[in-house]
Ligand binder design. Structure first.
Ligand SMILES: [Zn+2]
Length: 184
């Protein structure tokens, strides 16, 4: 879950208008790697999809030693990950931008109204939620910071990469961060 206004960090809400980091180009793919299939609902608008795809490309770069991310809009492709629209009423401690459920498969739902109203980046919200879908929990001052702010990097940092590796039982250091500018 990604909140826009963290209860205790409202001070950090400035700087959300900074320039987005350039998205990495399509990751190097190896047909021998297992596919990680992500269904992105056709209900998203093209501009929204562009942000979602950019986040998935970035994760694809990070995960390139283990899997290749494949995006589909065909539900029947039996995806392991499902990305669709959702909506929540604002809560006391902030506005919910997206929610990832790990109970039944990996469902990511993104709130268009919350994202648009706050003029946030689809890419950043998706980058964070996909981190949850891969097994990372909230962690301060990383991509997995509970609220988007200048303290939450809009790239895959080392700590988040290591958390995903741990969750997946992969060797430490085999999920590649993108914050270092190493992404192509
Ligand atoms: Zn979250």
């Amino acid at each position: 879950m990604l909140h826009w206004i963290p209860l205790f960090l409202s001070l950090f809400l400035f700087a959300c208008g900074r320039a987005p980091a350039p998205a990495p180009v399509a990751p190097p793919t190896s047909p021998s790697l297992p596919a990680m299939i992500v269904f992105v609902s056709p209900e998203f608008k093209e501009t929204e999809k562009a942000g979602i795809y950019a986040a998935l490309r970035e994760w694809g770069f990070a995960l390139r030693s283990h899997v290749r991310i494949t995006i589909t809009e065909r539900y029947q492709d039996a995806s392991q990950f499902i990305v669709s629209l959702g909506h929540w009423e604002p809560e006391e401690d902030g506005i919910i931008l997206g929610v990832t459920s790990r109970l039944y498969g990996r469902m990511i739902r993104l709130d268009r109204t919350a994202i648009e109203t706050n003029n946030l980046e689809w890419r950043h919200v998706m980058l964070h939620e996909f981190g949850h879908a891969l097994g990372a929990d909230h962690s301060f001052l990383t991509l997995m910071h509970p609220g988007i702010s200048w303290r939450a990097p809009d790239c895959i940092d080392m700590e988040t990469a290591d958390e995903v590796a741990k969750a997946k039982k992969w060797k430490k250091g085999t999920v590649h961060p993108t914050c270092s500018g190493a992404a192509p």
